[in-house]
Design a protein around this ligand. Structure first.
Ligand SMILES: Nc1ncnc2c1ncn2[C@@H]1O[C@H](COP(=O)(O)OP(=O)(O)O)[C@@H](O)[C@H]1O
Ligand SMILES: Nc1ccn([C@@H]2O[C@H](COP(=O)(O)OP(=O)(O)O)[C@@H](O)[C@H]2O)c(=O)n1
Length: 413
């Protein structure tokens, strides 16, 4: 059966299944040489390629398996083989995204890869297809790898149109970014057996949450990348305004933060989302007595989640105004959000001068300019409680003065 197997831009190809195109996006290399412009044209005839997609019906176990699989493949694949993250999706259809990996084995080590795949297939729900090239190099055969040539889908690699939405956007709502407390709690509740700490985290939620109650005093959130000066400014604002200083995630969750930072995005972001709701309740209580200053809140949670889920240039981000940038309907909205902006070199200098251990994410922010640009742009696109950017490069005292001017103008303090 000859099927259209179309290459989309540089790293996505599609196979028409029952007349509908199912796209396969090879996103970024995890090991081996950088992903060539046209991944299939670089494959030598004697090489074998495999697409390996996690199809678990339960998203918590599926996300955790996908997360663990990456480490396992990076450790076990034979030298010389290529490993790249891969997604399969139906263009612009929400919830259609399957995440997985694209393996390329050099001649001679296919059997090693197939031993790994056999073991995986027996233990977990994965869809594995193998790809082989025809002698003339014009055609490819895709088939379920254990069926070898039993059910081949033969196809040609031809250019195809670009779907409107980047695949990572399709499953973002309430998987990478949470828009209600219930959605975030549902994910943590599903983890109860595998991560006992979730019960303690959920136990920190107040019995009644009135997150949307209008606070009596102004609530000012300070946002920004690591080492832009949030801690310094929030502490000075607390002293200058006689305000209460809170942060998200709240102090009561700090014992479990490291544990959830090791989890896949679905679980990690649910943890930070619940943290925002606990902080919102603390804000409500404190803002009945004095102004409240908050160090990070929902912007941090949403901007980092969106920028992590999407790879590549800023143009891959969901478009401005997309649903993904909307403030959760059940979460307190601050009176003002100040986004500290800083030149990357000055930020690195401050990071070094502070000397604290860098988290993986901070490492990523440092050497991955694309990621940093996506975070900064995602911050700016969030609506509901838009950010006002404030240049954090002057001295700490000058930044404080600028922030006080903004607060007095916007919050009449
Ligand atoms: N306006 C500023 N000018 C120079 N250095 C600053 C300024 N604000 C903060 N710093 C220093 O930069 C480092 C990071 O500041 P910090 O407040 O911890 O940032 P964040 O909380 O955003 O990570 C600290 O060593 C701090 O003393
Ligand atoms: N409300 C929040 C706060 C932090 N976070 C996450 O935690 C990271 C910041 O952790 P951090 O320890 O560097 O924060 P600070 O050192 O800036 O306080 C962010 O990059 C987010 O990924 C979040 O998702 N939601």
């Amino acid at each position: 059966i000859l099927k259209r197997f179309s290459m989309w831009s540089s790293r996505v190809f599609s196979v028409e299944v029952d007349g509908a195109p199912r796209y396969f996006g090879i996103r970024e290399q995890l090991r081996g040489e950088p992903v060539p412009p046209d991944v299939f044209s670089e494959v030598q005839k004697q090489d074998r390629c495999y697409s390996l997609l996690v199809c678990s019906g339960d998203r918590v176990t599926g996300d955790r398996f996908h997360w663990e699989l990456r480490d396992r493949l990076q450790r076990q694949l034979p030298p010389g083989s290529g490993l790249r993250s891969m997604s399969s999706f139906i263009p612009d259809q929400k919830g259609s995204l399957l995440k997985g990996y694209f393996l390329q084995s050099r001649a001679g080590n296919s059997s090693l890869i197939e031993d790994i795949l056999t073991d995986l297939e027996q233990r977990n729900p994965v869809l594995v297809c193998s790809y082989s090239q025809s002698e003339d190099g014009q055609q490819w055969t895709q088939c379920l790898w254990y069926q070898s040539e039993d059910n081949p889908v033969r196809f040609c690699v031809v250019p195809s149109e670009t779907p409107k939405h980047h695949p990572s956007v399709l499953n973002m709502i309430n998987s990478d970014v949470f828009y209600s407390l219930d959605e975030a709690c549902d994910v943590l509740k599903q983890c109860g057996d595998i991560i006992p700490e979730t019960r303690s985290v959920l136990g920190m939620l107040p019995s009644s949450l009135d997150a949307r109650r209008k606070p009596d005093f102004p609530v000012i959130v300070i946002e920004g990348l690591d080492a832009t000066g949030k801690t310094t400014l929030t502490e000075s604002l607390r002293d200058s305004l006689g305000a209460t200083l809170l942060r998200s995630p709240p102090q009561c969750l700090s014992a479990w933060r490291g544990r959830f930072d090791r989890e896949p995005p679905l679980i990690r972001r649910a943890f930070y989302a619940v943290g925002n709701y606990i902080t919102a309740e603390q804000i409500n209580q404190e803002a009945s007595k004095s102004p409240v200053i908050v160090d990070r809140f929902w912007h941090s949670t949403a901007a980092y989640a969106i920028a992590t889920a999407v790879t590549g240039p800023v143009s891959n981000l969901p478009h401005e105004g997309a649903e993904v940038y909307h403030w959760p309907g059940d979460l307190l909205q601050p009176s003002l959000v100040i986004l500290l902006t800083l030149d990357p070199e000055e930020r690195k200098r401050r990071l070094r001068s502070r000397g604290l251990m860098k988290t993986d994410e901070e490492e990523e922010l440092d050497h991955n300019k694309l990621f940093r640009t996506r975070v900064e742009e995602a911050y700016r696109r969030i609506v509901g409680s838009a950010c006002i950017a404030l240049d954090a490069s002057p001295s700490a005292d000058l930044v404080l003065q600028q922030a006080l001017l903004l607060i007095r103008a916007k919050c009449h303090l």
